[in-house]
Structures are given as structure tokens and as C-alpha cells.
Design a protein around this ligand. Structure first.
Ligand code: CA2
Length: 144
């Protein structure tokens, strides 16, 4: 059974509690449940993790090597700042899907650049929680 790691970055633990007009009404738990359900429907297994700490994300990305078949990442604000996450992702030889609930390219200019995008097989943005479902499906397609 193929295994997917889903990583969510800083402040995404607050989903559903603030700014639903930007990020949607779903909680992080809802988003994770959607990933589990979608993966199960494709006979895959998903593990979901969230952290507010850049170094922890780097550790988890490194640990994915040799264990997971695909990575879905919403690095949140670190998307726009982190060379460390970019470098860690470059070391992976599995498909990487970048997900954002909102579309950062339609927001403030400081959100327009992504350090994840150059290493991602696909970018899914602006589709709310459904973007995670699409990301699991994209990994399934890329691995088939
Ligand atoms: O749209 C996305 O998924 C983002 O990755 C979300 C990040 C933002 O920095 C990126 O530019 C785009 C912010 C996540 C903050 O999450 C919150 C959740 C609830 C309330 C407030 C913030």
C-alpha cells in the first residue's frame, strides 16, 4: 500500500477558528479526515502532521526519504521565506504536491513567491479544503 505524508505548517492548527472568508470553514481535523478518506478510496495510506516550527518541518521532510511514496505540503508562511524547506524538499525523490487553501498569488505581494513551487510536481491553490483531496488524487495519478 502506497503511503503519503501530509505536512501542514504554521498557524494551520487554527483553521476554522479565524478568517473563514480566506481559508474556509473547515478545521485542520476536517482537512485531515478528507485526506484519510480520499487516500482510503484509492487504497493508499496517509499520515498527517502539523507544526508551527520550521526546523521540525525540515526534520519531517528528511525523515520521509525511503518511507513515503508521496508528500503533500502546505508550508503556510514558510512557503514564502524558507530556503531550508526548499533544500530539504530537493533531497526527496518522491512526488511533492504544494497545497494552499487560498490562492497566495492573488493576495499580498509578499505571498507571490514560493520556495516550494520549484520542487513541486503540482501546485493546488485557492480551492479550500478540497485542494487536499485533489492533492491526494494527484499523487495517486502520479504514482499509477
Ligand atoms: O492559503 C494557504 O493555505 C496559506 O498557505 C496559508 C498561510 C499563508 O501564510 C500562506 O500565504 C497561504 C497562513 C495559514 C494561517 O492559517 C490561519 C488559520 C486560521 C486563522 C488564521 C490563520
Amino acid at each position: 500500500m502506497k503511503k503519503i505524508l501530509v505536512l501542514n505548517g504554521p498557524n494551520l492548527n487554527m483553521l476554522g477558528l479565524r478568517e473563514p472568508e480566506i481559508y474556509g470553514p473547515e478545521t485542520l481535523r476536517d482537512v485531515e479526515d478528507l485526506c484519510y478518506e480520499t487516500a482510503m478510496g484509492h487504497n493508499m495510506r496517509v499520515e498527517c502532521r502539523q507544526t508551527n516550527h520550521e526546523g521540525v518541518l525540515v526534520d519531517w521532510i528528511q525523515e520521509a526519504r525511503g518511507i513515503y511514496d508521496g508528500l503533500i505540503i502546505n508550508a503556510a508562511a514558510f512557503t514564502h521565506t524558507s530556503v531550508a524547506i526548499h533544500d530539504a524538499l530537493r533531497l526527496l525523490d518522491i512526488p511533492i504536491i504544494e497545497v494552499h487553501l487560498s490562492d497566495p498569488k492573488k493576495r499580498e505581494e509578499f505571498r507571490h513567491f514560493s520556495y516550494v513551487e520549484p520542487v513541486a510536481a503540482r501546485v493546488i491553490a485557492g480551492q479550500g479544503a478540497k485542494g487536499y483531496k485533489l492533492a491526494v488524487e494527484a499523487i495517486n495519478e502520479l504514482l499509477s
